[in-house]
Design a protein around this ligand. Structure first.
Ligand code: 13P
Length: 288
């Protein structure tokens, strides 16, 4: 099955009141873990690739070739989207030519008019190629791959203007933060989310910073128009904890416990469990 656009699955999710998870990938094991879990649970899935992760995995062409080949060789039957996460204009173009099926152009840090202009140009390129496009208004707080956002809350009027350009989905800051939430975090700003949803009509909204948001807030966000939720740090923490436990219990010193396929297995299983928990919470199981 070729890589899919996110358009159809997100429109269905928005209509039916559930959300598709975007899980950021870092290497072959990560990608395999997410794909196998999605397939087993019959859930559509979005593989997120940040610019930093793309560079780490030897460039967008390598990532695209790996994802496509893995979908085929693992006989994955659910729709899989390969999505650039927080891309610059240049990265967006590079991923389009590398075979990605979905792009996020993050122009939230640019002057608003420039965000509009560049998003507009990408809307027509993506439409021609059947690629889904995510835009952003109001940067997400925290730090991801060196991209630091101040955690603004988006302006619903700016959201309306970007949504009207014809983007597939829209990320809008509502107090969400990448990485772990600080103890004094005030929670998601639902009144802004309601106003953004009212201003943008039926366009699927994207919630970044999915790590550590309490389940009741996730459910409420979905009810208020969120149809795509991004999770990155939580898989990394699960992988780290399981790998640490393997080493600390001395398993790497027993027999062939040093074999990378054994050494990485507990971390992979932990990623799979995290992805499963999120898919359950997002309501995407059985929707593929
Ligand atoms: P977390 O790392 O907080 O889960 O955020 C992921 C994200 O929003 C990717 O764009």
């Amino acid at each position: 099955m070729p890589l899919a656009s996110a358009k159809g699955m997100l429109e269905t999710a928005a209509k039916e009141g559930w959300a598709v998870g975007q899980f950021n990938i870092n290497n072959l094991e990560w990608t395999k873990a997410v794909l196998l879990t999605a397939n087993e649970l019959k859930s559509p899935v979005i593989l997120g690739v940040s610019e930093g992760a793309g560079k780490y995995m030897c460039g967008y062409k390598t990532v695209s070739a790996m994802a496509s080949a893995m979908v085929e060789s693992l006989n994955i039957k659910v729709p899989v989207v390969l999505h650039l996460d927080h891309g610059s204009y240049e990265a967006a173009k590079a991923c389009i030519s590398a075979g990605f099926s979905s792009i996020m152009f993050d122009g939230s840090h640019l002057p608003f008019d420039e965000n509009i202009e560049k998003t507009k140009e990408l809307v027509s390129i993506c439409a021609e190629k059947g690629i889904s496009l995510e835009a952003e208004v109001g940067s997400i707080g925290g730090e991801e791959d060196g991209v630091v956002g101040m955690g603004e809350v988006a302006d619903p009027e700016e959201c309306r203007k970007i949504a009207e350009l014809g983007v597939t989905m829209l990320a809008a800051g509502i107090g969400n933060i990448h990485g772990k939430y600080p103890a004094n975090w005030k929670g998601l700003d639902f009144s802004t989310l309601e106003r953004i949803h009212a201003a943008t009509g039926s366009i699927p909204l994207v919630l970044h910073g999915g790590t550590g948001i309490p389940a009741d807030m996730i459910r409420k966000a979905i009810a208020l128009g969120v149809s795509k939720i991004n999770v990155n740090t939580e898989c990394q923490l699960a992988f780290q904890a399981a790998t640490r436990a393997y080493i600390e219990s001395g398993k790497d010193l027993e027999g062939k416990g040093f074999d990378p396929r054994k050494l990485l297995a507990p971390g992979v299983a932990a990623i799979q469990q995290t992805v499963k928990d999120k898919m359950e919470l997002f309501g995407s199981i059985g929707k593929a």
